[in-house]
Design a protein around this ligand. Sequence first.
Ligand code: SIN
Ligand code: FE2
Length: 216
Amino acid sequence: MADLFSGLSEDSVYPEHLGPGITLLHGFAKEISTELLIAIEHIAQSSPFRHLTTPGGFKMSVSTTSCGALGWYSDQFGYRYVTCDPSTKRPWPAMPDVFWQLANTAASAAGFANFAPDACLINRYVQGTKMSLHQDKNERDFSAPIVSVSLGVPAIFMFGGDQRSDPVSHLQLVHGDVLVWGGPARLRFHGVMPLSSGSVADQGSERINLTFRLAG
Ligand code: SIN
Ligand code: FE2
């Protein structure tokens, strides 16, 4: 398995430090992207993508599912992690080994050794889907980083500060990119601009994002 991720020496894969605790691993997941997309399809057959509702009653524009011991969930009762998928009443699908290895290796490459994610949120974006600025703060312990994998059409990611009103920088995330933030950056606000219509010939017109966390 380690060989799959030994690509850090390849030209297409390089770590870019974007600030304290933030690293963009360009193309880190590209080589295994087909395997990842097949696994995502399997997961979605057991626990389908759905549009969650925020505690305030708004339907999210992104559609989501999860895998791993814990799945992130939102409804009128709040944001939280749950062990079963409320729509199937069954446990979330197991986290495929290839997911766990990818997240663990990416975290190490970004300086966060021994990352052991127990939750993987899978977000699906189509044209116009966006994600408003937010912090990832439903996890029990903020010492572990967030590992975020981008697949499919490019998106513009927004990185803010620790306050919602802080200035936001924009960066493009393309197919295979892995963004890791943790330590001093763990609670930075972030979001995704509305997905544009651009489609990548062999990746359809969607964007899939995998967000790995240590939640429980
Ligand atoms: C998220 O913050 O949950 C998603 C980020 C992304 O889609 O890149
Ligand atoms: Fe997030």
